[in-house]
Design a protein around this ligand. Sequence first.
Ligand code: SAH
Ligand code: SF4
Ligand code: F3S
Length: 467
Amino acid sequence: MNQTVQISPSDLDAQRTYCAQIADHWSARGRTPSAYVETYGCQQNEADSQRIRGMLLTCGYRMAEGPEGADVVVMNTCAIREHAEQRVFGNLGALTHTKRRHPEQKIFLCGCMAGQREVVERLRRSYPHVDGVFDPQALWRFPEILYRSLTTGKRVFPTELSPDSIAEGLPVLRDSRHKAWVSIMYGCNNFCTYCIVPYVRGRERSRRPEAILDECRALIAGGCREITLLGQNVNSYGKDLDMGWDFSDLLAAVAELEGDFWIRFMTSHPRDAGKKLFDTMAAHPKIAKQLHLPFQSGSSRILKAMNRHYDRAEYLKAVEYAKSVMPELVLTSDVIVGFPGETEADFEETISLISQVRYDALFTFIFSPRPGTPAAEMPDPTPKEEKNRRFDRLCGLQNAISEEIHRGYIGRTLTCLIDGREGGLLTARTEGGRLVRLEGPEDLIGTFAPVRITGATTWSLTGTLEA
Ligand code: SAH
Ligand code: SF4
Ligand code: F3S
């Protein structure tokens, strides 16, 4: 049984000492070092990268725009599909050149690829320019790994994977003052048969509610207007804490904090997304009426083979209830095409589910066998061309639905959170999370404003500020 380790304050103090020693190392050389952190994969990795940047800042580094000339490069990787890994190996290969031009450069690889022993071994053997590797459970030890590499010049490769851990109070460098990711739990216990995440991120473990609420309070006091609670399966929150708190209780407690902000969360697993969650969302105005509820397949037979623990009818029932208590709900989802053994009839069920639910947007994936997962061993007779054909048909259907739904926004005035600037226009999000582009002054960034929607495409909306 894999036990969760709560990283002790003294262990974290020791890491702070490494940070101070690294800062001394650079000030003795009379210059400010630079660091570049590249993130692949999901929001969990984005959140982890913000902690890595926070640690680097504490060590005296400034952030660089790219790997060229940076003293430290950290690749925070994703292992979810083969393509994701190939991109990392490709970009890692290219770093041999940046390192040749700047031989002092230190290159580290972390994230989900570092949670696979075979990958770590391949990096050790075939990528000699990589100075060190650490898995997601060892994130908090990065200062020590960096210090060892800087002072000994030796490569730092773990011989085994780290135990599951929770480390509170790591420094964090967020890229926006107005939006923040807050991890509420780590790991996953679901073992969907196609998925690598439980193998690389360990078992589910929840942060204590006080720690989460304190972090949210500090964010709101600092001007944060949008908090996204993160976990691979947020509905399992609290099961390991024995406090009688579930995710809905946590969500309600965050929603009751003082201040003007929206709360979002992801990801919800349909297996335990029930009435209590949807009633809580409906009852609290600060909880954005947005739900990402991955269905993966419309065929109950395939869902069983995926080990998803719900069938088509149960999924549809949950969606129906959610929509009944939140008529404005914006619903998004993930779907996998071409799971081993998916027949034309199974695929038709996926198509009909999409037509019936009418998602605002879908994240669509072609099945990618991940070594070590059960689905990678399942017979998969469907040719690649056939899978591509199904994929294209599904995307065509969804794009048409997204565009129709977006057109329905035209003429409406919605409260939006203005969150940035891109190519001369402000960017904003509706409560449902839809992207809106509009003209307006930069000082509106970080505020809520009424926006009249004037145009729509499959992917986004355009609008004007309402006086
Ligand atoms: N924890 C989240 C999402 C994890 S990964 C959840 O359970 O919903 C994000 C998405 O990647 C998954 O929802 C799934 O649609 C897709 N995915 C995961 N493993 C995959 C694989 N081996 N091949 C193709 N898509 C995959
Ligand atoms: Fe992967 Fe399933 Fe866990 Fe999501 S719930 S991370 S798809 S195993
Ligand atoms: Fe990728 Fe790891 Fe997220 S595998 S999708 S970065 S949890």
